[in-house]
Design a binder for this molecule. Structure first.
Ligand code: DC
Length: 205
């Protein structure tokens, strides 16, 4: 079974995807990390994010340590959002994601375009949302836990900017697949959101 979990930044899609993967014993891929790795690579090599060519060169992420906490920073998240608008960058990361999705037994992938582009054949598709304010609070808590010193207003502004970029880009914009189950987690605890996601997977639309 392939499960596609899409949604905007800090909507809770990662938590839900990890829980579904554990429940069904499936491998999980956080596809945002791939774009973040390209962003971090660009940052470390001094490449210009305005240049699609430089961003494409940064797609060789074999040297990136996926445990590096810097991958989770807002700077790298912002860079990931910018370079993910380039069609050549999306294309460079496409095969890896499709291969992961189509492995025997299935997989859970979370991102922005899993249900629409990477795995439109997925048996279960969730589109997870929450209000920008709730998402900013959650991201603030996560970053503070990681020891980063950040302010709510800055995180909220980043969320708004990232939403606008992810939704309005031409290449694979953030949008729910027609057959996706919409899950608004604004008023839910993590456990409630996971329970609602499980129920949705168990009884498809
Ligand atoms: O989910 P995230 O915040 O880690 O993702 C970082 C950025 O990567 C996001 O702003 C847009 C981009 N991204 C994408 O374009 N497509 C995906 N499937 C996953 C992430």
């Amino acid at each position: 079974m392939i499960i596609a979990v899409d949604g905007p930044a800090a909507s809770g899609k990662g938590t839900i995807a990890r829980a579904l993967a554990a429940h069904y014993g499936l491998p999980h891929l956080d596809t945002g990390l791939l774009y973040r790795a390209v962003g971090l690579n660009l940052l470390q090599t001094g490449g210009d994010p305005e240049s699609e060519f430089a961003a494409l060169r940064a797609c060789d992420i074999s040297q990136i340590d996926f445990a590096d906490p810097e991958l989770k920073s807002e700077t790298v998240g912002g860079l990931a959002s910018r370079i993910s608008a380039y069609p050549t960058v999306r294309n460079a990361l496409l095969e890896r994601q499709r291969t992961f999705a189509s492995q025997p037994g299935g997989a859970v992938l979370d991102g922005r375009d899993i249900g629409t582009v990477i795995a439109p054949q997925a048996e279960a598709k969730l589109f997870v949302t929450a209000s920008p304010e709730v998402r900013a609070q959650r991201r603030l808590a996560e970053l503070t836990r990681l020891g980063l010193n950040v302010h709510y207003e800055d995180v909220l502004a980043d969320i708004h900017a990232r939403d606008a970029r992810d939704r309005n880009r031409e290449a694979a914009p953030l949008r729910p697949a027609e057959d996706a189950f919409l899950l608004d987690t604004s008023e839910m605890s993590a456990d409630e959101a996971i329970a609602a996601a499980l129920a949705a997977v168990e009884s498809p639309l």
